[in-house]
Design a protein around this ligand. Sequence first.
Ligand SMILES: *Cc1c(COP(=O)(O)O)cnc(C)c1O
Length: 444
Amino acid sequence: MAIFDARQKDIAEMIETDVVRSKWQSWEWQMRHSVRSIESFESLLKVTFDDDERAELQRTLDRFPLSVTPYYLSLINREDYRNDPVFKQSFPSPSELIISEHDMADPLAEDTDSPVPGITHRYPDRVLFHVSNVCSMYCRHCTRKRKVGDMDRIPVRKEVREGLEYIREHTEVRDVLLSGGDPLMLTDSYLDWILTELREIEHVEVIRIGTRMPVVLPYRITDDLVNMLKKHHPLWINTHFNHPAEITTSSAVALRKLADAGIPLGNQSVLLAGVNDCPRIMKSLVHKLVKNRVRPYYLYQCDLSEGLSHFRTPVGKGIEIIESLIGHTSGFAVPTYVIDAPGGGGKIPVMPNYLISWSTNKVVLRNYEGVITTYKEPDSYEPTFCDRNCERCELQLHEESGEDEYRSVGIAELLNDQDDIISLIPDTNERVNRRTTADEDPSD
Ligand SMILES: *Cc1c(COP(=O)(O)O)cnc(C)c1O
């Protein structure tokens, strides 16, 4: 597909007569002409819905607004639009109004795990920093659907300063993920300011940006933007392609600019029923991604956000996809399939099982072909004694960087021998709670 092909020219000219290629490729032009109503969608796609359907769609829009860039809309195959992956991701479905019993407004507890507005601090060493509440289009499968259209504005400097202050005070934060909304909705100079502030914080080692711009508005990746971004290395970018049809000439150009600027690129897909719930589609997607120097990073099980039930697949579909990739294609083309734990437990990887059984000196494994094999373990192994004093350890981690302050938590803490914790017990456990009360007051 060329950068300004016949279909795109046709759409552009319906929006504004005499549109030249340079206008189409201007991200400001694309934003100014975002498609926000059923009627404009119909006329640009050259389709007509009947009155009942239009009324139903309008009710959906009243709850979850519509917005799509002319560029992204131009990818829709008009001949079979109802089955089109871009149409399904951008055009409302009355099914969005179905709220099922287990749906939640904020399934990932992002608002609960937020110490100051804009920051979600879930993991020990990294934070999510929401610097924008706006997107260049509204994905119908958005996990933050509750916020879409609600607070259609960019946080002011004062709010961003609060987030920066939190990061400055928390020296354990070594990785900051700018998210939103889409951080690339900010102007270059505003984003430059945020990145400069972050870079001045000594303990921030890595900055990441999560953006869907290379997919839905690749023209946002301008030379000016890229020249600004590369001043702030190490900077990583994760984007969000869900279907091979989204990787066009225009998005390939955007990805090339970013990769040429030395920015490592990753991709986070969401497994969506009717869009990409197929091993062949996912294999084609990951191959196209790595050809464009994008490493498939995560494949997400669709969250339990409200209004997404029609997009959800069983977990088995994701496992089937991963089964079809591991061993069958390049290791770096295989994303990690994760379920983001409802209630805020974070991302939990789920995998096909490869370990079939084991004994004290042997494990039994199966490979991707179904061949069952054994791995003989050492008959004797002397573990290195660890008292968390890296200075004295034979393994010689002699760094200045304070790696020896490392404290393990969770299951990793159960596995080490460094303290006497032998179990993790939910605080609702009645048996143990009875015991604690008795301990506290022996006279009872
Ligand atoms: C996904 C996520 C991160 C980053 O997780 P990685 O596994 O390091 O990519 C950080 N914070 C929150 C709240 C997240 O949802």
